[in-house]
Design a protein around this ligand. Structure first.
Ligand code: ZN
Ligand code: FE
Length: 255
């Protein structure tokens, strides 16, 4: 079995700890910082074998070198980010698979937020670690890519099994919900999710993971084809990529 735990850090980052109960192998996804990971590993009496990095931003790789020094773990990241991921040992790209015990994690390249962004998909455990590419009710900002690039990246994630659990790197859901609600006010799936998110956050609980099925029914960045959303953004006749770009632009202006 793959045991997945969530470590909240900074204001809204999540670090994920993955432990294969059969082999005892452990990995961490996007360690913002070494200390909270060391604390979590120590309390569980686990070693650390791997770091999986989705992209090079500091809030995702800040703990790399401290953890490598302490555990001698292997750091896995995108070939495209070979010069930007501290301590990288293994470089991967589209179609590669990395193993944690017997669990395979398929690498999917998802440029857009950054040019070298990758996500880790574990089909047997129905888990997707998507960094800053996809958020619940949102998606990553375009720092190093075009709207078209990120749209293509999101199409790959939309094609995964709908019962996939999505583990995003940030707790942005409540803020995203306010924007999504304006674009898609008559969507009852969205209204139900907004209510659930408000309840979870009121108890200081995470809104993640979330199923891909829920995101497909509620996330405006996966629903740029929807007629109601298009009416709200004044984009009834534009292409899918143009509609997506418009939604991304509106979100960037939204506070
Ligand atoms: Zn980022
Ligand atoms: Fe981030």
């Amino acid at each position: 079995m793959l045991d997945i735990s969530l470590i909240p850090v900074l204001r809204d980052n999540y670090i994920y700890l993955l432990h294969d109960t059969d082999s005892g192998e452990t990995a961490v996804v996007d360690p913002t910082d070494a200390d909270p990971v060391i604390d979590a590993l120590t309390s569980r009496q686990w070693p650390l074998h791997y770091i999986f990095n989705t992209h090079h931003h500091g809030d995702h790789v800040g703990g790399n070198l401290g953890l490598k020094r302490r555990y001698g773990c292997t750091i896995i990241g995108a070939t495209a980010d070979r010069d930007r991921i501290p301590g990288i040992d293994v470089m991967v790209g589209e179609g590669d698979t990395v193993l944690l015990g017997r669990h395979g994690f398929d690498i999917i390249e998802t440029p857009g937020h950054t040019s070298g962004h990758i996500v880790f998909h574990c089909a047997d455990s129905r888990a997707l670690f998507c960094g800053d590419t996809l958020f619940s009710l949102g998606c990553g900002r375009l720092f190093e890519g075009s709207a078209g690039q990120l749209w293509h990246s999101l199409q790959k994630l939309k094609a995964l099994p709908p019962d996939t659990n999505i583990y995003c790197a940030h707790e942005y859901t409540a803020i995203n919900a306010r924007f999504a609600g304006l674009l898609d006010p008559d969507n009852h799936h969205l209204q139900a999710r907004i209510e659930q998110v408000a309840n979870l956050r009121a108890q200081n609980r995470p809104t993640l993971p979330v199923s891909l099925a829920t995101e497909l029914a509620t996330n405006p960045f996966l629903r740029e084809h929807d007629a109601n959303i298009r009416r709200h953004i004044g984009g009834e006749t534009v292409s899918a990529i143009e509609a997506f770009a418009l939604i991304r632009h509106l979100k960037d202006q939204f506070h």
